[in-house]
Design a protein around this ligand. Structure first.
Ligand SMILES: NC(=O)c1ccc[n+]([C@@H]2O[C@H](COP(=O)([O-])OP(=O)(O)OC[C@H]3O[C@@H](n4cnc5c(N)ncnc54)[C@H](OP(=O)(O)O)[C@@H]3O)[C@@H](O)[C@H]2O)c1
Length: 350
């Protein structure tokens, strides 16, 4: 009597999943952009994630253009990139100013003759209860985080479109563009706007009859860039610095900035639609996707644990706050990142 072999019920789904994963990897590899000789613009490339992105793109043979407002920090970044053998064009300018942003893009095109990749990374953050943020601060957040990207993208688009599908636009948004984290009103609003901008670009440029640049939306959770010393704190600045800098330093909740930069460049090369950076980004995106109102309520509970409003506008930079908090061992990882990533940490954090 012949016995028919019984196949395990999990075998077929497992094989199908394996084949799908293999096909996806092969498809991505086929689309991977060769960066040699390409021109990559990184806004806010003077420090933090932007500087690491410029390095990472340069490591693959790209020529890079960077911009930031602080000429001294920008000069340090330029020297560092040159020392790595990267061809670099650096311009100190405020990208929240339309004429300056357009002049920056025109300058890159005239210096290098082309633009292949635009990374909209520039950004500011103000941490304070909403009652302690003035209209000026909210306008600043919109200018640096949203309008800067609109100005650079629209100006660079004709150059990018000349490269067709080989061009890339990378928008560094934030989990704050998906979930409204308390005490970050201007930041959240500008990043939600940026999320809409980025997804609209993807819909209109990557699909349809004349596919243009591929658009990648980057959604980082907290990253250890060291930018806590360049962030602005209002309300009770010292206490706001306390919770925010801790949340930016806890290993499991945050991602190392260099690792984040590698993931962004890999996603950009493959023209992926979206990349989430770090566990917090994955968990919060997932929670907001399945239960948006519950997530907002949870953020309300978190808000109750944060410092109370003081009823006054105005902010202080992280590096100008009280030294002992900055010397705290709990900030060891952020302090190391600040030293590595050209964030010019204060003496107490060195
Ligand atoms: N660090 C995080 O945990 C985290 C999490 C989620 C998303 N992100 C996003 O990731 C990006 C990089 O963050 P990061 O931590 O590396 O910040 P960062 O160290 O503060 O760097 C921000 C960069 O943007 C530049 N910039 C800001 N406003 C500008 C303007 N108006 N014109 C020109 N340049 C401007 C800054 O230079 P100047 O100040 O000299 O102009 C600097 O080069 C930002 O968009 C941020 O919102 C960060």
């Amino acid at each position: 009597m012949a016995f028919r072999k019984r196949r395990s019920p999990v075998l077929f789904p497992a094989a199908a999943l394996g084949a799908a994963a293999f096909a996806r990897t092969a498809f991505r590899a086929l689309r991977r952009l060769d960066l040699r000789g390409r021109v990559v613009v990184v806004t806010g490339g003077s420090r933090g994630l932007g500087l690491l992105l410029a390095e990472e793109f340069g490591r693959y043979g790209a020529r890079v253009a960077i911009a930031g407002r602080d000429a001294v920090a920008l000069d340090r970044a330029e020297q560092r990139l040159r020392a790595l053998g990267i061809e670099v064009h650096a311009v100190a300018c405020d990208l929240g100013d339309r004429a300056a942003a357009e002049a920056f893009i025109d300058g890159v095109a005239s210096v290098f003759g082309r633009i292949d990749v635009l990374v909209n990374n520039a950004g500011v953050i103000q941490v304070a209860p909403m009652q302690d943020l003035g209209v000026e601060e909210l306008e600043d957040a919109m200018r640096s985080n949203f309008w800067s990207a609109v100005y650079t993208t629209l100006r660079a688009l004709p150059h990018l479109q000349r490269q067709g599908r080989a061009a890339r636009i990378v928008n560094v948004v934030s989990i704050g563009g998906r979930v409204a984290v308390p005490h970050l009103l201007g930041y959240n609003a500008s990043k939600f706007a940026m999320m809409g901008f980025s997804e609209s670009l993807r819909a209109e440029l990557c699909h349809g009859s004349a596919p243009g640049p591929r658009v990648t939306t980057v959604i980082p959770g907290p990253m250890r860039t060291g930018s806590i010393y360049n962030a602005e704190f209002g309300g009770s600045p010292q206490r706001e610095f306390g919770w925010f800098s801790l949340a930016s330093s806890i290993p499991i909740a945050t991602i190392d900035a260099r690792r984040a930069a590698r993931q962004v460049v890999a996603a950009a090369r493959e023209g992926r639609a979206e990349v989430k950076l770090g566990l917090s980004s994955h968990l919060l995106s997932w929670a907001h996707g399945i239960a948006p109102q519950t997530t907002v309520r949870l953020m309300g509970l978190l808000n109750a644990l944060l410092p109370s409003p003081r009823g006054g506008a105005g902010t202080t930079r992280g590096r100008d706050l009280h030294a002992p908090a900055q010397a705290s061992v709990l900030l060891r990882l952020s302090n190391e990142a600040a030293r590595r990533n050209n964030e010019a940490p204060p003496e107490a954090a060195r």
